[in-house]
Design a protein around this ligand. Structure first.
Ligand SMILES: [Fe+2]
Length: 281
């Protein structure tokens, strides 16, 4: 059986029909990379990769990058990050709570943003825990021309503090100042123009202020663009089954998890593909 794809929604997403054995060739990887760029999110239902296979596939698609330094009490390979609220595995849940809000991975770190994020569902929540994706390519392309002109040339500051502000009240008080003072921040153009000429918005919960604008005016613009990007035409919700594997273009899509309980058992294994292009005006 050859690898085939079915579009999920007109502007975002494709389901990949392939047997596991067919994925590990350079030819398959090239097809999947091209489709990922075109559709933003690729869903492989029930693929059931183990960690070794996920790492091998990650490398085949572009080369792994380690995003999270502190693996707390994980027992997996250091390049597999376990996304969970289970306190036995994750003693610092704030980052995972932060994933309930639309964001890009690695945008506050001083390196090209990871090209793609790959998630395997090991255990799913009975309630909640779906992942939503919003295309920031479509969000830019579909903006009215006057709005495109109005945001052209703007620069946006992204910070960890901004993405954590919304969950600050949930961090134990004696730990809050330490967590909130994580100083990672990065300034980017609001509109990212790729070498290919394609443009996307660089937004999400880490987007804090617009350079040169009063703080609140800047946040109002960012909030409006985040809402715009999340509208149904540009976004997609995936309800996980154990064994599902999803890849998305982290440079051209926001993602968030619908809330789930700390004792839900939800466990995802994440790998990331190194970025190849810095955010440029
Ligand atoms: Fe994320």
């Amino acid at each position: 059986m050859a690898i085939t794809f079915t579009d999920i929604k007109p502007l975002i997403g494709a389901t990949v029909h392939a047997a596991r054995d067919e994925l590990f060739t350079a030819e398959a990887a090239a097809m999947i990379r091209a489709k990922l760029e075109e559709r933003g999110v690729l869903v492989f239902p029930g693929l059931g990769l183990d960690d070794g296979e996920q790492l091998r596939f990650t490398d085949l698609l572009g080369g792994r990058v380690k995003l999270t330094r502190d693996a707390s009490s994980q027992e997996t390979d250091e390049n597999i990050y376990q996304v969970t609220l289970d306190p036995k595995i994750n003693r610092q849940p704030e980052y995972v709570l932060g994933t309930f809000f639309y964001h890009m991975d690695g945008i506050t770190v001083d390196m090209p943003p990871p090209l793609a994020t790959l998630l395997s569902a090991r255990q799913v929540a009975k309630a909640g825990g779906e992942t939503e994706f919003a295309s920031t390519y479509a969000a830019y392309e579909q903006l009215p021309e006057a709005e495109k002109r109005a945001i052209e040339g703007l620069r946006v500051v992204h910070s960890v503090a901004s993405s954590l502000r919304v969950i600050a009240d949930a961090i134990p008080e004696d730990d809050r100042e330490r967590v909130m003072s994580i100083g990672l921040r990065n300034e980017h153009p609001l509109v990212w123009t790729r070498r290919s000429g394609r443009k996307s918005l660089v937004i999400g919960s880490s987007a804090d202020t617009i350079v040169g604008w009063p703080v609140v005016q800047g946040r109002a613009l960012i909030a409006r663009l985040n809402e715009w990007a999340g509208q149904p035409a540009f976004s997609l919700r995936h309800a996980w089954q154990a064994g599902d594997f999803v890849i998305w273009d982290n440079t051209g899509a926001l993602h968030r998890a619908l809330p789930y309980a700390a004792d839900s058992g939800r466990l995802m294994h994440r790998t990331s593909i190194a970025g190849v292009e810095s955010v440029a005006a």
